[in-house]
Design a binder for this molecule. Structure first.
Ligand SMILES: CC(C)(COP(=O)(O)OP(=O)(O)OC[C@H]1O[C@@H](n2cnc3c(N)ncnc32)[C@H](O)[C@@H]1OP(=O)(O)O)[C@@H](O)C(=O)NCCC(=O)NCCS
Length: 187
C-alpha cells in the first residue's frame, strides 16, 4: 500500500518530556556532523564517518530531504529541549509496500547514550507509523555485532526472525543483518 502524499505532507511533530521529534532540516548539518564524524557512533552504520560539513549537507539533501518525493515519510530529528541541540535521528528509512511495514533506523550523539532516549523515541515513531501511516507492523535490521540495537528491539517487544541479506539503500552491497519484526495486533 502506498502512503498517500497527504499523509506524508502532514507528518505530526512528536514529543517527550525531554525532547521533540521534527523532520530533519539542512540547518541540522553541524549537529549531525558532531555525531556523524564519530567513528564509534557510525561503526555499524552503512554511512560515514563524515569528514566535512559539506559532506553532511549533501548527505542531508540526498538521503533526508528527498524522502517525500520517494514516497517515504520525512526522517525525524531528535532535538534535546534543554539546549536545542539536534542529537540524532529516528526514522522509517524504508517502506515495504507489499507487507505494509516500515523499516526503522536510528542514531544518537554518543554524549546522550544509555539514558533510554532511543527506546522512547522509537516508541513514539512506532505509534506514529501505526496510527498516522497505517502500518501493520515495523521491522528493524542491524549488524550481528550491534548488541545495543538488539537490546532496543527486545525492549520494544520485537521478535527476532534470524539473519538475512539486507541492502540498506539501493546500490549498496547487501550484508548479513539480524532481522526483527513487530506486528501490530488489533485490540
Ligand atoms: C543504538 C543507539 C541509538 C541507542 O541509543 P540509546 O538512547 O543509548 O539507547 P537506550 O538507552 O534506549 O537503550 C540501550 C540499551 O542497550 C544497552 N546497551 C548499551 N550498550 C550495550 C552493549 N555494548 N551491549 C549490550 N547492551 C548494551 C543499554 O544498557 C540499554 O539497555 P537497558 O535499558 O536494558 O539497560 C546508540 O547506541 C547509537 O547511536 N549507536 C550507534 C548507531 C547505531 O548502531 N544505530 C542502530 C543501527 S541498526
Amino acid at each position: 500500500m502506498m502512503i498517500s502524499p497527504e499523509k506524508l505532507r502532514n507528518i505530526p511533530q512528536l514529543a517527550d518530556d525531554q525532547f521533540i521529534m521534527r523532520p530533519v532540516r539542512l540547518s541540522d548539518a553541524e549537529d549531525m556532523f558532531e555525531y556523524g564524524s564519530d567513528e564509534v557512533v557510525v561503526q555499524y552504520l552503512p554511512w560515514g564517518p563524515y569528514r566535512s560539513l559539506e559532506e553532511v549537507e549533501s548527505g542531508i539533501e540526498e538521503f533526508f530531504l528527498k524522502r517525500p518525493e520517494k514516497g517515504l515519510p520525512p526522517a525525524y530529528a531528535i532535538v534535546w529541549k534543554e539546549n536545542g541541540k539536534m542529537i540524532g535521528t529516528c526514522d522509517f528509512h524504508s517502506v515495504d509496500q507489499e507487507n505494509n511495514t516500515g523499516g526503522i533506523g536510528f542514531v544518537l550523539n554518543r554524549g546522550y547514550w544509555n539514558k533510554g532516549i532511543m527506546t522512547r523515541a522509537s516508541k513514539l515513531l512506532i505509534e506514529m507509523g501505526r496510527n498516522h501511516l497505517g502500518f501493520r507492523g515495523v521491522t528493524l535490521d542491524h549488524r550481528p555485532e550491534n548488541d545495543t540495537a538488539a537490546r532496543i528491539a527486545e525492549k520494544l517487544g520485537f521478535s527476532m526472525k534470524g539473519q538475512r541479506d539486507h541492502r540498506y539503500m539501493a546500490g549498496q552491497e547487501s550484508r548479513k543483518m539480524v532481522h526483527w519484526e513487530l506486528v501490530f495486533t488489533e485490540n
